[in-house]
Design a protein around this ligand. Structure first.
Ligand code: PA5
Length: 424
């Protein structure tokens, strides 16, 4: 499949006939449910129209011209997708002196808020506050803090620097935006938080970070079309969803997402939210975890190799990281560190060998391995990956027999924390 390759080695009897039938039934469930259910993200062209992309691009250009920092306020699906996408596409350091994107409202750490205030106080700032419901506690608190900061800094002009992403006509945030005349971007009602990265929720911050969002959406659309193919052997989203459920049925109830590329950390965090919140309900579901290698091989590698055998591992591997030139080890005349034998391999090749060695070791340790392989870290690959994982997650939920679009557990904690705060 374009953009993504897929392979697996699960050391086990996976009956393709049985599981392809289950996946096909899930496919029918996903496409059959009506619009009020939350499958609005399925059709990329309906999520964001070309004219919306122009509005987003113009607004992003204004932000880039007038701000050194964009503060993105949001939590869960209103945070992780944008962070995952920006990290995936960015260099590790801000070489190009691009606008800095800072995320707040995803914790209630006083120190984090205070330090962020201190950091942005003397900088030119815009805010993008994102909440579909418009009433989530953590972002609401952070928004009030940073809105006040902007009002102190810019007076009446503060309102020109605040962009609200929320549901049209609903919720407290919409009311605030209307009253203060803030500019607004809307989230379609039939798309839930963790499936919203390809809407204004993820696309606007990613555009502000300087990336080509049109390409992201184009590739997501291409992936959408590819995944309409009901041929199980060709449809890797159906295969991946079926494999996960098969492994779960054999007692593997933890999926570890692994990557050998550090700036994939938040992509894996996004995956954890997507799968955990979509599937883990009614006392069922695979616990999603994530590891970044080599770092975590030296902390969790032991558990992966020899801990309780209830794990399977999904590698998300990049063939070639975003480097202009390859880095080779130079020959050392003394070779005391005994590394001269590596001088003909660049670091990326050595990293790939490390990955293959890790895969082999984990497989020998009875960890079934799935691998999602991408060629590079660019906008098109990112769009395709976002769509691929959302799609396979929804299919996977239907195979398991849960509604992948609700989150009663999250709502429970939200109302409990609100009740306690109100009591106080
Ligand atoms: O996937 C979900 O629905 C949740 O994780 C939400 O994104 C999260 O709770 C934030 O909600 P809201 O955007 O309404 O503030």
């Amino acid at each position: 499949m374009k953009y993504i390759d897929f392979e697996y080695n699960i050391n086990n009897d996976f009956d393709i006939d049985i599981w392809s039938k289950k996946a096909t039934r899930a496919y029918t469930d996903l496409h059959a449910i009506n619009r009020e259910k939350m499958n609005g993200w399925l059709d990329i062209e309906k999520i964001i129209k070309n004219e919306d992309i122009e509005i987003i691009k113009n607004l992003a250009n204004e932000v880039k011209e007038n701000a050194e920092v964009l503060i993105v306020v949001g939590i869960g699906g209103s945070f992780l997708g944008a962070k995952a996408g920006i990290d995936f596409l960015s260099d590790y350091y801000n070489f190009d002196k691009k606008i800095e994107i800072i995320f707040v409202g995803n914790s209630l750490s006083e120190k984090y808020l205070m330090d962020t205030i201190k950091y942005v106080e003397d900088k030119n700032v815009y805010i993008n506050v994102i909440s579909k419901s418009g009433g989530t506690m953590e972002p609401a608190i952070a928004f009030r803090v940073f809105k006040n900061l902007l009002e102190k800094k810019y007076g009446d002009k503060a309102k020109e620097r605040i962009i609200v992403t929320t549901t049209k006509g609903k919720g407290l945030l919409y009311e605030i935006a209307k009253k203060n005349n803030y500019r607004k971007l809307f989230i379609p009602e039939n798309i839930g938080g963790r499936y919203s990265v390809l809407t204004t929720v993820g696309i606007f911050p990613i555009a502000c970070a300087g990336f080509n969002v049109k390409k992201i959406l184009e590739a997501a659309k291409e992936m959408q079309e590819d995944l309409l193919d009901l041929n199980f052997k060709k449809n890797i989203a159906l295969q991946y969803a079926a494999l996960r459920n098969y492994l779960y049925s054999t007692g593997k109830d933890i999926e570890v997402f692994s990557s050998f590329t550090p700036n994939m950390r938040y992509f894996l965090e996004w995956l954890k939210q997507l799968y955990g919140e979509s599937e883990c309900k009614q006392n069922m579901g695979i616990f999603p975890a994530s590891l970044i290698f080599s770092t975590d091989l030296h902390s969790m590698g032991q558990l992966m190799q020899e801990g309780k055998r209830n794990i399977f591992e999904t590698f998300v591997s990049i063939n070639k990281e975003n480097v202009e030139n390859n880095l080779y080890l130079e020959e050392d005349k003394d070779d005391i560190d005994k590394l001269n034998y590596l001088i003909n391999n660049n670091i990326n090749e050595i990293n790939k060998i490390a990955k293959n060695g890790t895969k082999k070791a984990h497989l020998e340790g009875q960890v079934p391995i799935i691998e999602i392989k991408i060629e590079k870290q660019d906008e098109k690959t990112l769009g395709a990956m976002f769509y691929f994982f959302q799609y396979s997650c929804a299919i996977s939920g239907y195979i398991l027999g849960v509604d992948p679009f609700n989150q009663p557990g999250v709502e429970k904690y939200k109302s409990e924390i609100k009740r306690l705060l109100e009591k106080k």
